[in-house]
Write a new protein. Structure first.
Length: 742
């Protein structure tokens, strides 16, 4: 890293939300541009910037700053420029000149220690002097807070967030309890707070440190593994290992958190389990609302349903199997009903029949967890389907669902597709908007991986045996020719897929090493498949990016997400003279890149152009895939167009939640469907190489699957039917609500 000592001339650009700035400075006799996340710098200030020189294609030589240290102005001209910069309320250039002329080199110390002396200057009375003094103190406090935060290794973007949230109390709050940041600021984890705490000399056995770690571990286990609770012994052991303290000390502080109701506890058999309160309440609420919907169904509401199903068969030239017919009739007869089954088992045809039967007298709403799944449902049924967030009218300044208990959905029947993707908190929000008496039909594949978010809603509902359901197993005749469908069912039954058949939609290419596999995947995506699928030459790369999706079981290794993404980017969207790009961490983003949002951000604004004008909203969610449509290197921002034509501007800190998506993890691909799926099958952790992961990957493909790697690894995955159980109690709670039945 290099250092640049310079005087501030002016701020060319500043983003007040994240602090990203372009500042013109003078170093010696040379005027240069400094870019980066900076405090609000005033002309005349002397600053030591730390960073590196870069050459921008449009704007020339720039100094990209990663840290800074403000020097107090010492020259009379520097002090005057600082006061006249506009940062101090009530001081313009003429007033600044009068103040400096009167106090000279003592100006800043007078403002800091004896502000009442401002009244010595003609034209500055008591009221105006107090305003100037207050504004100066605010600026100084903000500066000191920023300097203090960065001195403890806090990244500039986070330092700006902390300073904005706490204002002039930032330094005081962080000194007293750095672990408070975890509770107050979303995205600040225990490790960041602990880094500050250790630097400040917080004792390892500090109560705040241990209590913060206990809450952090519960949040981390929920976000990374989907668990809603942890057994008490496991939680204390994990905290002791993380903190390097005695587990008995962790148990003592856990008791204090339970007494304060910051955490909840339950007894499950012989084990005491610990919850974050909002997950426990959400699970209880979901169980009660499902039971309420089941009890509120109007009996015998469709007396002629069987004849109507027969008429539908005649009109459409189809014949339902007994199981499919029963699924339709029971969906109409029950308040809550689940239809589960693999690909090709007729779930969509059943939905179409239900819609036809309800069309005359009932208002039916359709939804799915993701934009792709909702769009696919619309294409298959001809009826409008929305994402759950859009159905619930998520947005507004406060980022909430407009639909809920006070403003329920106007529907007699709600059909939810891809229900295996729904996590606990989304299910809670959905059920709050469903009035008693509304029929709820959940459709999904229970054999897929569980939701990306915490919980196992569909799996728990089925395991409870309290909610009426039907499992479809027979493959429709028109799907029997698809080896994707046949092989998915074979894998699900523990049988090897058919790998060597000709003229099918399922291919296997044998490779013996990781590097050979990665090279073969690159060649497939960039050359062989576009040629085989006859993509137009001028649009071959664009067609490849949009239609061919690489899925990997792992993130690490030569065939993992982290390695394949930059490899595929370098081939599909390489650097070009007139293609702008920006860098965030180790990732380079270019216009045209395929990207994915990696965590829910309910506040991130979006806009969409419609015939009626610009529509605005908020919320981008974990798993949303889009394309970079614009890159602004000066603003260090980019624009992404997601499904439903939502456009989102990512500025600085928001980029940490964006990744390349040329290769996705199988887990992140849930709810999506791609024309072509290419997947490496190479050795890796047994916990990842499982039957349901392979099954989930295959069922994401609509037209073609290509597996590359080892036949033995495929065999191991088929034989590995281990399913990691998530710590949830929804099934038990549903059984307990049976006591509500009159």
């Amino acid at each position: 890293m290099e250092k640049l000592e310079a005087g501030v001339l002016r701020t060319v650009f500043r983003n007040e939300e994240n602090g990203y700035s372009v500042v013109s400075v003078r170093a010696g006799r040379t005027e240069v541009m400094v870019v980066g996340t900076l405090p609000d710098l005033a002309p005349g200030e002397q600053v030591v910037f730390t960073g590196e020189w870069t050459e921008h294609k449009t704007y020339g030589r720039q100094f990209r700053c990663t840290a800074w240290e403000i020097q107090t102005p010492t020259s009379l001209l520097g002090i005057e420029r600082y006061l006249a910069s506009g940062l101090i309320r009530g001081v313009r250039s003429s007033t600044a000149a009068l103040i400096v002329a009167h106090f000279g080199e003592d100006t800043l110390s007078v403002l800091s220690e004896h502000p009442e002396r401002l009244q010595e200057i003609p034209g500055i009375g008591k009221k105006r002097g107090a305003m100037i003094a207050e504004s100066f103190q605010e600026q100084q406090a903000a500066r000191q807070a920023m300097i203090f935060l960065q001195s403890y290794g806090i990244p500039p973007t986070l330092a700006v967030r902390i300073s904005k949230y706490y204002g002039d109390r930032a330094q005081e709050v962080v000194r007293e309890d750095p672990y408070q940041l975890c509770d107050d600021l979303e995205g600040v984890g225990f490790k960041t707070a602990d880094h500050i705490g250790i630097a400040l000399g917080v004792p390892p056995d500090s109560a705040n440190r241990i209590r913060c770690a206990l809450k952090y571990l519960l949040r981390e286990y929920a976000s990374s593994a989907g668990h809603l609770y942890m057994p008490e012994e496991d939680l204390c052991a994990a905290a002791a290992s993380l903190l390097q303290v005695d587990s008995r000390l962790c148990a003592e502080h856990l008791k204090a958190l339970l007494i304060a109701r910051d955490l909840d506890a339950e007894i499950d058999g012989d084990t005491r389990i610990i919850w974050l309160p909002y997950y426990r309440r959400a699970e209880q609420e979901v169980a009660l609302r499902l039971r309420q919907l089941m009890l509120s169904a109007v009996p015998n509401q469709f007396p002629g349903a069987s004849r109507a199903v027969t008429a539908f068969e005649r009109r459409n030239g189809i014949s339902f199997s007994p199981t499919q017919r029963r699924a339709i009739l029971e969906a109409l007869a029950n308040g809550v009903f689940v239809i589960t089954g693999g690909p090709g088992t007729g779930k969509t045809t059943i939905i179409n029949c239900i819609l036809d039967l309800l069309s005359a007298d009932h208002e039916t709403a359709l939804c799915a967890p993701t934009g792709r799944a909702a769009r696919r449902m619309t294409e298959a049924t001809g009826a409008e389907s929305k994402t759950i967030h859009r159905l619930l009218e998520y947005g507004g300044e406060e980022g909430r669902f407009a639909r809920g208990e006070e403003n329920p959905l106007d529907a007699d029947c709600l059909i939810v597709d891809e229900a295996s993707m729904i996590d606990l908190t989304l299910m809670q929000a959905l059920l709050r908007a469903v009035e008693p008496g509304t029929r709820l039909i959940l459709v999904g594949d229970a054999d897929q991986l569980p939701s990306v978010g915490p919980g196992n809603v569909l799996g728990d509902i089925l395991d409870s045996r309290e909610v009426p359901c039907i499992r479809l197993t027979d493959i429709f005749r028109q799907s029997e020719t698809s080896r994707i469908v046949v092989n998915a069912h074979r894998i699900n039954h523990g049988e090897m897929p058919l790998l060597n058949e000709k003229n099918t939609d399922f291919f296997f290419e044998r490779k013996s090493t990781f590097s050979e596999t990665a090279s073969a995947i690159a060649a497939l995506v960039t050359e062989r498949l576009p040629s085989f699928l006859r993509y137009p030459k001028k649009d071959a790369f664009d067609c490849s990016v949009r239609n061919i999706q690489v899925l990997s079981p792992t993130r690490k290794g030569d065939c993992g997400v982290n390695a394949l993404n930059p490899l595929l980017q370098s081939l599909l969207n390489p650097p070009r003279p007139h293609t702008p790009e920006i860098t965030w961490g180790d990732t380079v983003f270019r216009r045209g890149d395929k990207v994915i949002q990696t965590r829910n951000d309910y506040q991130l604004p979006w806009f969409r152009e419609t015939p009626a004008g610009t529509e605005e909203g908020a919320g981008v969610f974990n798993g949303d895939v889009g394309f970079v449509t614009d890159v602004d290197p000066v603003d260090h921002s980019l624009t992404v167009r997601f499904e439903e034509d939502r456009e989102v501007i990512y500025e600085s800190a928001a980029l940490e939640n964006l990744e390349l998506a040329y290769c996705l993890s199988v887990h992140k691909s849930q709810g999506s469907e791609f024309p072509v799926v290419v997947m490496p099958v190479v050795s890796g952790p047994p916990m990842l190489l499982t039957r349901n992961l392979l099954y989930t990957a295959l069922t994401r493909a609509r037209q073609m699957v290509v597996l590359v790697g080892s036949e033995e690894i495929i065999r191991r995955m088929v034989e590995n039917d281990h399913v990691t159980r998530r710590n949830t109690r929804l099934a038990q709670r549903l059984r307990e609500t049976a006591e509500l039945v009159p």
